[in-house]
Design a protein around this ligand. Sequence first.
Ligand SMILES: Nc1ncnc2c1ncn2[C@@H]1O[C@H](COP(=O)(O)OP(=O)(O)O)[C@@H](O)[C@H]1O
Ligand SMILES: [Mg+2]
Length: 236
Amino acid sequence: MLEVDPRPARIRAELGARKVIIVTGSKGGVGKTTIAALLSLALAERGLRPLLIDLDVTDPNMHVVLGVDVESQMPGETKGISPMKVHGVGFISIAPYTKARPAPLRGEDAVNAVRELLAATDYTGYDTIVIDTPPGLGDVNLELLRLVPDALVVVVTTPSKLSKDSLRRHLQLLAESGYGDPIVLYNMSRGERPGELSIPFDGDLEEAYGDPLKLMETKAYGKVRGLAEVLLARLR
Ligand SMILES: Nc1ncnc2c1ncn2[C@@H]1O[C@H](COP(=O)(O)OP(=O)(O)O)[C@@H](O)[C@H]1O
Ligand SMILES: [Mg+2]
């Protein structure tokens, strides 16, 4: 099929030249956004230059985790959108444009917003891209996987029976779409299980949202920092 939209080619060129981690999960509220934020802070602490992109375009809330006031702050624009900077992490989100308004993007419109944000971003100076996504395998996630087929996919779930049931279907869908080798993280776990990568339930997180320094003092951050090693070893 002839591709008439110039944006996918630009996105593939920019993201293809960098290491990309896509944080997904079959359910909402399992900790995708939290883990994407902690992971990005951990990568910056390790001396990498991470760019964190909030692609949950209908319900972006990464800025709340990072403490970025999108009502008053706007990213700069020189060669495209310059990421905002939070504690060594570059940050891109649709939120500064939609402000507090809900963005009822569906299907083609959501895909369009994703392409626009990814194509307009100035990636200069960033070596690792962490992408936070909406739950499930809807249009946004499928588009993203098409655009960055060699990304490392991190699937966040919780240890509950219901989450595990959704996880099984999610992994099957990923495999059927050609992404058979994701890393599964069990978040909010109340104990370690052999062979599973887990992040503990951490009651201090709630208090720490909005303050990267406080986030970096939490137990959950300590665990994610350790897991960053495992993820980096898997990055192509
Ligand atoms: N490891 C954790 N320990 C305790 N609470 C957590 C943990 N991870 C996430 N949460 C809580 O779960 C809720 C949803 O987290 P969030 O990162 O927004 O999930 P998602 O992006 O998957 O919807 C948040 O209110 C947060 O306080
Ligand atoms: Mg989220």
